[in-house]
Design a binder for this molecule. Structure first.
Ligand SMILES: [Zn+2]
Length: 161
């Protein structure tokens, strides 16, 4: 068991945070954006970036090559559907995708929208971590959080109709 501090300051003990989220044992702040048979999508509000989505498998696996045939199809269809909604509903022109296998959580993909202000931190992959830290440390204000919550609600509505 590991102790994890959630975005809302609550401390919990879980074996795997992704399992806790995808099974519904923990409700992410802002709620589930969309769920399929094999995947679960939510926003990590600790990083208050409008339209940022994390897509996690429901199965406790580590790597892309562990997905079975049905999961692979579900995965790409869900990513595509979310990407389309980010574009159509939120006007997001570019998204960075990030997924690493050496994480303490299980298989999950970050979809990080690209906004103008982020170019201040660089133009490519090297800017991702500084951008996320900037958001976490300097954007946890009421204005950004309400923007993030509105985007979650808009995406949820679009993706569940
Ligand atoms: Zn897990």
């Amino acid at each position: 068991m590991r102790k994890i501090t959630l975005a809302n300051g609550r401390n919990i003990e879980v074996d795997c945070l992704s399992c806790a989220l995808t099974s519904g044992a923990i409700e992410p702040d802002g709620g589930v954006v969309v769920e399929t048979e094999y995947f679960h999508a939510h926003q990590d509000v600790a990083y208050p970036i409008r339209g940022l989505i994390i897509v996690a498998s429901k199965r406790h696996i580590t790597s892309l090559d562990e997905l079975d045939e049905r999961e692979k199809i579900d995965y790409i269809n869900l990513l595509t559907k979310i990407r389309r909604a980010q574009r159509d509903i939120l006007g997001i022109e570019y998204v960075y995708y990030f997924y690493n296998e050496d994480t303490t959580h299980h298989f999950h993909t970050w979809m990080v929208p690209r906004y103008e202000w982020m170019y201040h931190f660089g133009r490519s992959i090297e800017s991702v971590r500084p951008v996320l830290l900037h958001a976490r440390n300097h954007m946890n204000t009421g204005e950004h959080l309400s923007e993030v919550m509105e985007a979650i609600a808009a995406l949820r509505q679009e993706l569940n109709k």
